[in-house]
Design a protein around this ligand. Sequence first.
Ligand code: CA
Ligand code: CA
Ligand code: CA
Ligand code: CA
Length: 359
Amino acid sequence: MKKSLYLFSSLFLCAFLACHPVKTIVKAGLETTPVESSDDAADDPAIFVHPQELDKSAIIGTNKQSGLVVYNMSGEAVHTLNVGRINNVDLRHKVKVGEDRQIVLVGGTNRSDNSISLFELHPNTLQLSNIAARKLYSSVDEVYGFCFYQKEKTYAFLVGKDGQVEQWELFATTEGKVDGKVVRTFDVGGQCEGLVADDEQQLLYIAEEAIGIWKYSASPNGGSERIFIDGVKQNKMLKADIEGLTLYIAANGAGYLIASSQGNNSYAIYERQGDNRYIGSFKIGAGESIDGSSETDGIDIINRPINAQFPSGFLIVQDGDNRYQKSKQNQNFKLVAWEQIAHSFSQPLLIDKEYQVQY
Ligand code: CA
Ligand code: CA
Ligand code: CA
Ligand code: CA
């Protein structure tokens, strides 16, 4: 009797866990204005942190049908830039373009002409202006994923839809514009999009959509050597496609690598350090006025105390199915307070709102 009861409860528990593989649910505190294009349009966000007044920070999102959108910290679209089909976007805060001139550099993969687009973000007006010295055409079949990497120099990584990676070294021209040249290429193997570089650790993480997450050296002489972090065959909490990647950067090399597990509408968290141990997964569920997120492409995160709503920073994710009450809206981005995510795990995650990355 006891044995059968044990067997029954074990089976019940297994069935329950199989149906509910991700139990941790958080809620978005803010969502952006929907993008202007319908269907699959919003894709990838990048966070700008204002150097003096944190509440004047902003979000740059891609509308992959038409260009970039700048949102203020109320989620309102304050600028729209129709510059082509920019798929993914990234940002670095301190990029030198002259003896005494530093800019906020925004870049992305432009599928309209298979190039890298580069802009200067003006911190107070939140306007974007072209900073590229010329058209930076890629040789990959179709530009797709994008991220910056900054050490002594500033680099851009892009991955083509077929998994071909180009590492560009970027440099300032005498006119104060930004030019670039390809300094490294390698092939991941299959379709990839999510990319993120850890500037401090000199690492590049790439999500191969149907397979999992790879780690490469971000150094231009890093070759094609790589380490496999985790994948859909190894971890039942992951379901293809594996999409956006981002890094929560804390002091002393601590922090987390976060991945969008698009196939089961969840986000997987790994340690930033060492072998990137898997910690757990969470979902963003529906709140009172803001719907949950699903089918997420790009993500980004910041640890800093941005405002009263996000005193320990936030995670921002693209929402593939945006709703207002029950009615379908154009896609948008959802913001979740980091402390809510951190406290949703039985062993709370690190909250470091002081550490400022140097880029
Ligand atoms: Ca994708
Ligand atoms: Ca949604
Ligand atoms: Ca995408
Ligand atoms: Ca909504």
